[in-house]
Structure formats: structure tokens, C-alpha cells
Design a protein around this ligand. Structure first.
Ligand SMILES: C[S@@+](CC[C@H](N)C(=O)[O-])C[C@H]1O[C@@H](n2cnc3c(N)ncnc32)[C@H](O)[C@@H]1O
Length: 211
């Protein structure tokens, strides 16, 4: 299994418990070290400091994970998809998430940032993080459900499941913790409803390599 853009290794325990071998790929040395330390009990995880684009692997993976919106952060998603294809076996599973476009539109218009909206509509990208600290802010590519499906389908993967996470939010923190169970239950009921999942903050997907 390949975990690409693994960050500080939040998903790693879940993956390491299910896979025989996990190769954890992350460009940031700092994040990689945190992940390694946090998950030191898992002996089946290997750590590689690299971007997806530069990563070289002698064996093909049967599961590839790009959770945490990695396909929103790469500079060229088409190129990244081709790389994922080349790192995978035929029939391999690709699991990931991206930032949702319509949530971006909602966030921008509710604060009256109409100039930002024009840029978002044109480039499908939005600056996230702290805008005053350029090193801590980055551009995220936001996807509509159809754009995400097209990206997967046109690069040899068939999209099998699409689910919105945080469909009806954003929720205020205290409200969320008070009603966590009810909210999770409603979110789960509608997360795969095609008519509403497009406005979710994140779009999660499961795809399978076709050929
Ligand atoms: C929001 S974090 C998600 C981290 C982790 N996957 C998670 O879900 O907790 C996005 C990650 O993508 C990584 N990333 C950005 N560009 C990348 C690239 N070109 N190749 C691989 N990883 C990349 C970042 O370093 C960061 O760790």
C-alpha cells in the first residue's frame, strides 16, 4: 500500500493495521518525522521523503491512498494522476479526498470577497492557510463532483464511490460537540446523495484502476 502525502501520519495506523506493507511518502521532512515518531509501533511502515511526482518505487501497489486533499495541493493534477496510474497494479484501489468547489464558492461569497470569487471561478483555486504568511498558505484546487470523476475516469480509474464530508456545515465548534452524534448520523444519511454532496467541504472517493 502507498500512502502519498501522508502528512503527520493521521491515517497511518488505520492503514498499517490492514496492509502487509505501507510505504509512506511525504515531501515535508518535518511532517515525515512526526509521522514516523507517532507510528513507531508499526513495523510494516517505511518512510520516504518525496513528492508524488518524484517518487520512484520498484514494485506496483494494489492500494494507493491520497487522503487529506493531496490532489488539491499538487501543482498539476493530470500529471499526478498519470503518476498514480504508473505506481499501481491493474485493478488497484485508489482512495482519497479533495476540496469541494461549491463550498469554496459559498465561503467566498458569504464574506463578500467577490474579487476572490472571480479568481476561483476562473482557476478553480483558492488560497488557504494564513494569507499573511506566504510560507504557510497555499493554493488548493477545488473540484465539483463531475470534475473529480472526469479526472479519475480520464486517467484510467473508474470512480466507484463518491461521498461528501461536511455536507451541511460548516458547523460551529461548540454546536458540533454538543450534537456530534445527531450530526454525524444526518451527514452519513446524505453523504452519498448526488443532489447535495457537491456542497460538501471535502469529496471522498474510491476508484479502481481499469487497465
Ligand atoms: C492536508 S495535508 C494531509 C495529510 C494527510 N494525508 C492527512 O490526511 O492527514 C496535505 C499533504 O499533502 C502533501 N503534499 C503536497 N504536495 C504534495 C506532492 N506534490 N506530493 C506528495 N504530497 C504532497 C503535503 O505535504 C501535506 O502533508
Amino acid at each position: 500500500m502507498l500512502e502519498i502525502g501522508g502528512g503527520t501520519g493521521t491515517w497511518t495506523p488505520l492503514l498499517a493495521k490492514r496492509a502487509t506493507r505501507v510505504v509512506f511518502v511525504e515531501p515535508s521532512r518535518k511532517m515525515l518525522n512526526i509521522a514516523r515518531k507517532k507510528n513507531r509501533d508499526f513495523t510494516n511502515v517505511e518512510y520516504v521523503q518525496s513528492t508524488l511526482e518524484e517518487f520512484v518505487c520498484p514494485v506496483k501497489a494494489d492500494t494507493l491512498v491520497v487522503l487529506g486533499d493531496v490532489l488539491s495541493y499538487v501543482t498539476d493534477a493530470e500529471k499526478a494522476m498519470k503518476k498514480l496510474w504508473s505506481l499501481s497494479k491493474r485493478g488497484a484501489i485508489l482512495i482519497g479526498s479533495v476540496d469541494g468547489y461549491y463550498r469554496g464558492v459559498r465561503e467566498v461569497i458569504t464574506v463578500g470577497a467577490f474579487d476572490v470569487l472571480r479568481t476561483l471561478e476562473r482557476f478553480k483555486r483558492l488560497q488557504v492557510g494564513n494569507p499573511k504568511l506566504t510560507s504557510e498558505s497555499m493554493l488548493t484546487r477545488m473540484y465539483t463532483p463531475s470534475e473529480l470523476e472526469n479526472l479519475l475516469e480520464s486517467n484510467g480509474f473508474s470512480c466507484q464511490t463518491l461521498a461528501g464530508v461536511d455536507v451541511f456545515g460548516p458547523y460551529e465548534d461548540r454546536f458540533l460537540s454538543r450534537h456530534m452524534e445527531e450530526i454525524v448520523s444526518v451527514e452519513l444519511r446524505y453523504s452519498m446523495d448526488r443532489q447535495v454532496l457537491g456542497v460538501a467541504e471535502h469529496l471522498f472517493f474510491l476508484a479502481r484502476r481499469r487497465w
